[in-house]
Design a binder for this molecule. Structure first.
Ligand code: HEM
Length: 426
């Protein structure tokens, strides 16, 4: 949210006084412009109980941090990390179901020890050293993409550039042909176009497609002996913990988080971040003055300011007192990441993009047990996408009239951001 969006927000707040009672994470008004609601929540109801959904909503940075770091399997996402209004409207009535282990549910919905077992079985390609080894590959992808895009003079910076690069990286990690990157990108994008109020996209069907695509490559790895050379898949094939091999579909199900998380977030942050830099007087010049040293700094502010995920949920598996709330067993909590990133008690003047601001802590990748497995890869991709673009696009602007930021309770980011290239290097 830059100068123009800030002005829009202030206007909205002036003409439409927002009351705490107006907050519903799925309402059209919130999904279109959540920030004014967050400001009111942080000030007036930092631990808000929504009786309709039997759910607590936490909006302050420190509270989100505290809620996510409660241990002892107190909060587990058994109602999924992104429950729909229908799921939240069905109250648990003080009871919680332990999820059956056959077939194995997705790790994100599980507590200890299952969650860690599954995470550790496919974390290898996301460790810092493995990610560093991908730098040249990602850099080449970015360069080749710009070879194609820059001569066109205008293209969608979110999807045509970052989207293609991140989808290609996911194909590479799954040992899929890079030629399928466009298909992967479209599939993942069709998910974030979900509009829960309108009934929107059929999420289970799309997830089913993701699982179907990946199952084929899991079967190939199993057939080839799963020797560890495709660590993302092979680690899960080799997992002996459950006393039986996981099926291809179970492994593909575990990998849906990587498939989706690895494709949808980075492109929106890179494109939005470049727009913020471009429209903030002096900031772009300052970063350009030393790309190698300053892009990594600017990327941290992009991650704070532009991260599109608004919230994730958990279900209380026991009574917990945290962040001023008495959460009862069976109730749900929503951690408002989007609000935490704009909390003035954590970040000075939080609605301003400041490329080199001091950032002591960040919640954009989550925290606690389920923090983002792709954190190092995300940073690497963002640095390469931003630096390569700035090195080659000497002057550029954005066609904001054609830009698309879809209302969303989840991924509220710039889905399409047309850039106009005014001058570029070969
Ligand atoms: C800047 C980009 C990214 C941001 C801001 C981001 C943010 C997040 C957040 C907030 C969570 C925690 C969800 C929760 O607490 O329930 C998460 C989890 C996750 N992210 Fe990311 N993510 C990014 C990039 C990636 C990438 C590149 C990948 C993989 C290639 C990835 C894969 C995952 C997975 C698999 C999880 C689930 C972790 C688990 O439950 O074990 N993300 N991400």
């Amino acid at each position: 949210m830059g100068e123009r969006d800030d002005a829009g927000t202030k206007r909205l707040m002036a003409t439409l006084p927002i009351d705490v009672a107006d907050y519903d994470p799925f309402s059209q008004a919130v999904m279109e412009a959540p920030l004014p609601f967050y400001e009111v929540l942080r000030a007036k109801a930092p631990a808000l109980f929504l009786p309709r959904y039997d759910t607590w909503v936490f909006s302050r940075f420190q509270d989100v941090f505290d809620v996510l770091t409660v241990g002892g399997n107190a909060f587990i996402a058994t109602d999924t990390t992104l429950p729909t209004p229908e799921i939240l409207s069905r109250h648990n009535g003080g009871e919680v179901q332990e999820l059956p282990l056959d077939p194995l549910p997705i790790g994100a919905m599980m507590g200890s020890p299952h969650f860690e077992v599954l995470r550790n079985a496919h974390i290898k390609p996301f460790r810092p050293r493995a990610v560093r080894a991908l730098a040249e590959f990602v850099h080449n992808l970015a360069e080749r993409r710009l070879d194609e895009l820059l001569p066109r003079k205008t293209f969608d910076l979110t999807q045509d550039y970052g989207g293609h690069v991140t989808a290609s990286v996911i194909c590479h990690l799954l040992d899929m042909p890079l030629a399928r990157a466009g298909e992967v990108l479209d599939l993942v994008n069709s998910l974030s176009r979900t509009d829960p109020e309108a009934g929107g996209t059929d999420v289970p069907t799309i997830i089913g497609h993701c699982v179907g695509i990946m199952s084929e490559y899991v079967a190939r790895r199993r057939h080839a002996g799963a020797d560890g050379s495709v660590a993302l898949i092979d680690g899960l094939i080799q997992l002996g913990y459950y006393g039986r091999p996981l099926t291809d579909a179970e492994i593909a199900t575990q990998l849906t988080c990587v498939f989706i998380g690895g494709v949808e977030t980075v492109p929106k942050i890179a494109a939005h971040g470049l727009m913020e830099l471009n429209q903030a007087p002096g900031q772009l010049d300052a970063v350009r003055a030393d790309l190698a040293a300053r892009v990594p700094v600017a990327v941290e502010e992009m991650i704070r300011f532009c991260a599109p995920a608004q919230w994730f949920a958990r279900t209380a598996h026991k009574d917990v007192e945290v962040a001023g709330a008495k959460v009862r067993k069976g109730q749900r909590i929503i951690a408002l990441f989007g609000s935490a990133a704009r909390d003035p008690t954590e970040f000075e003047d939080p609605d301003r993009f400041v490329w080199n601001r001091k950032i002591a802590r960040v919640l954009s990748f989550g925290t606690g047990q389920h923090y983002c497995i792709g954190i190092h890869l995300a940073r690497l991709e963002l640095r390469i996408l931003v630096e390569t673009f700035l090195r080659r696009a000497k002057r550029f602007s954005f066609d904001r009239d054609r830009a698309v930021r879809l209302p969303s309770s989840f991924q509220w980011g710039w889905n399409e951001l047309p850039v106009i290239i005014e001058e570029h290097a070969a």
